[in-house]
Design a protein around this ligand. Structure first.
Ligand code: BES
Ligand code: ZN
Length: 460
């Protein structure tokens, strides 16, 4: 069977595709904010309506303790493999809203870009894949593969209810492999498949000094200051070489071989362009590692927020009673988030200056690092689909972000995941003015049409 018919179908339905995507983008499905719970539910309903309209079967909204999981399938090819398509319909908060040039939940097209919260992370991508399914079904009456779909509403908060859902629904989700596009391609005009993701550990550390805020003149020079305590802890967590000082932190991190280092150095990457994209004059890389090596293969630690004391306009002379900071750790290889968090907490307690007490909250969920063998047939099918769509060879790459379900699918269902990059690294995910180019959106749908065909040719 040739893929010409679904590709033609996509071209003649591109306006409708964009309008349908826009509908999804208008729903502020921010999973972390309790006030948006109804919107998240509404988004799950919208996704399920699209799946039904696009020809998928057994479309079901499964309630969970928090946000629903949507599943569907089309399984009528007994001799072809079954692919589990995963995506998330929840999005990050739009704050700081004043930095958006257009309303975050009113998708706007400017200069060939669709601008809206969640367009790249992850609504545009899941839409591209399910639209490609519709293109096959409408134009040929069939799909070259069996497809199961799982779209969740809690990825941006660590997928806490999805993992038990997968445990409890193994038969429903049984598949040969998983397909995800929740990651960028290498660069504009350089398509790529991603074969590794970092894991994540996250904590909030609250420091308490005196039993009340204090006058900074009356008590300055004597009273312990919790903001200073946090700052002191933070600066001791990394050394001058940007290495993390937590004992045992690197025990399960593999060394890069010289062959791996050579492969990294041959990627078409410009450190200067990256600095320019970020608007910085220098990078904080670990000594002896290139930026790509650091982002894709090395663990790291960052303060994500620090607060306390007087932060309103003007000056108030005060020594605060409390201060807090949020810290994330990106993990690689065999680093186990549970062990690392335990070691980190005990080290942070040791670093705590006298006169200050710490309370560390770590119930944010975590994500294990994950990787896929580049020789996996699904990776090869994805590389070919990208090459045929972009007219350029696709690269293999790693990524620094985390997608909690990937390692869990391997552990629970025993399946590998192929990650097809669809948006661009500069698309501002999690930031104001998130975007996806119309060109990448269209090419994403075309890549998906070709992927379904390529993977269908692999015998089950
Ligand atoms: N789409 C991202 C993951 C991602 C980002 C992959 C950049 C590759 C490059 C995803 O939606 C995300 O933000 N994940 C969270 C997971 C966390 C909350 C457990 C992350 O990485 O911070
Ligand atoms: Zn995200």
């Amino acid at each position: 069977m040739t893929s010409i018919a679904p590709l033609d179908w996509l071209k003649s339905n591109s306006e409708e595709s964009l309008n349908e995507l826009k509908e999804l983008l208008r729903i502020p499905s921010v999973s972390t904010q309790p006030a948006r719970k109804k919107d998240v539910q509404r988004c799950a309903e919208s996704v399920s309506q699209l799946l039904t309209r696009f020809g998928l079967e057994k479309v079901t909204i499964h309630p969970t303790k928090l946000h629903p999981v949507v599943t569907a399938e089309w399984c009528h090819q007994p001799n072809a493999p079954t692919i589990l398509l995963y995506g998330h319909y929840d999005v990050q908060p739009e704050t700081p809203v004043e930095l958006w040039n257009t309303p975050p939940f009113e998708p706007t097209i400017i200069g060939g870009q669709i601008i809206a919260r969640g367009v790249s992370d992850n609504k545009g991508m899941i839409f591209a894949h399910i639209k490609a399914i519709q293109a096959w079904l409408e134009s040929t009456g069939s799909l070259p593969v069996n497809v199961k779909v799982i779209i969740e509403g809690e990825e941006e908060i660590g997928s806490p209810n999805l993992i038990p859902f997968v445990e409890a629904n193994q038969k429903l989700l049984e598949a040969d492999m998983c397909l995800i596009s929740d990651n960028p391609m290498f660069a504009k005009d350089t398509p790529s498949v991603c074969t590794s993701l970092r894991g994540l550990g996250y904590m909030e550390i609250e420091a308490t000094g005196a039993n009340s805020d204090l006058h900074s003149g009356q008590h300055g020079g004597t009273a312990p200051n919790p903001i200073h305590a946090l700052a002191s802890i933070l600066t001791q967590l990394k050394d001058q070489n940007n290495r993390i000082t937590i004992p045992g932190f690197y025990d399960n991190v593999a060394r890069l071989s010289s062959a791996q280092k050579k492969a990294f150095s041959q990627l078409p990457y410009s450190t200067d362009k990256y600095k320019e994209q970020l608007g910085v004059s220098d990078l904080w890389c670990e000594t002896d590692y290139s930026p790509l090596e650091c982002m894709w293969t090395r663990p790291t630690l960052d303060c994500n927020g620090i607060f306390g004391g007087y932060t309103d306009e003007g000056a108030k002379t005060v020594i605060p009673a409390k201060a807090s900071m949020k810290v994330s750790m990106r993990l690689v290889d065999d680093q186990d988030p549970v062990t690392i968090m335990k070691e980190a907490k005990s080290y942070i307690h040791k670093l705590c200056p006298s006169g200050i007490t710490l309370s560390i909250q770590d119930d944010f969920g975590y994500s294990n690092p994950a990787s896929t063998d580049p020789a996996h047939p699904a990776v090869q099918a994805a590389l070919k689909a990208l090459k045929d769509t972009f007219g350029k060879n696709a690269l293999l790459q790693g990524e620094g972000g985390s997608i909690p379900i990937v390692s869990e699918l391997k552990r629970i269902l025993g399946i590998d995941t192929v990650l097809i990059g669809m948006n661009l690294p500069e698309d501002k995910i999690h930031a104001p003015n998130e975007q996806l180019s119309l060109d990448n959106f269209q090419k994403g749908m075309e890549t998906s049409v070709r992927f379904w065909e390529n993977i269908g040719m692999i015998p089950d």
